[in-house]
Ligand binder design. Sequence first.
Ligand code: PEP
Length: 257
Amino acid sequence: MRKPLIAGNWKMHGDSPFVARYAAALADAGPSAGVEVLLLPPAPYVAPLAQALEAAGAGLQVALGVQNVHGEASGAFTGELSAEMARDLGAAWTLVGHSERRALFGETDEVVAGKLAAAARAGLAPMLCVGETLAEREAGSAEAVVRRQLRVVAGEAGPAVLASATVAYEPVWAIGTGRTATPGQAQAMHEVVRSEIETLCGADAAGRLRVLYGGSVKPDNAAALLAQPDIDGALVGGASLDADSFAAIVAAAGGAA
Ligand code: PEP
């Protein structure tokens, strides 16, 4: 059985008062029975958020991670953060290849593969984001794009590294747009992800690997998405900035588990 995972990507939002308020609000949420919970604040807030959650005695057990790492352990890469440093700061997870990183910072499939390998080497759990743009979907190539994104990672980083990851399927046209994939559309693409993982890494890995859905997940659409057999959780952007909304999505995952 794959345990549901609900992850909140704060993107470049938040400040110290926000961290304190958020932790206090989560403290009021009930325990997340049967659900794993992950928050991905901007990297400087990982340790403060850990402390604030501890101090608030948050009802939810929350793991923490970062939104991006560099592919090298150290070096002359001004402004960058290595996977080792993220781990040292208290992160247990990292996103890799979020569509905003691919689109705004020019991350190719090969760069993404290098980051995934670096995360695995450093002992960070990587969450690999894949997904097609609207133009790719309209051109009928959604499936081919996602298969390619997975294939390049397996080729460059190795199938074992890919098999150790969590995958987030995030159609780019649904991120931050309020336009969610229907449960049926999402399920169909999750089946594609799992079948490609089976081809690349074998049936055992495909059966174990969690595939999260991301793209305008909110409390009111989470249950229907999470009820799909191949949707093992959600990567939540905008709605994760409201602790009550995030806790409601976690509760929906508990109901679907
Ligand atoms: C995301 O940033 O990964 C995301 C899915 O954002 P949103 O939920 O706002 O669409």
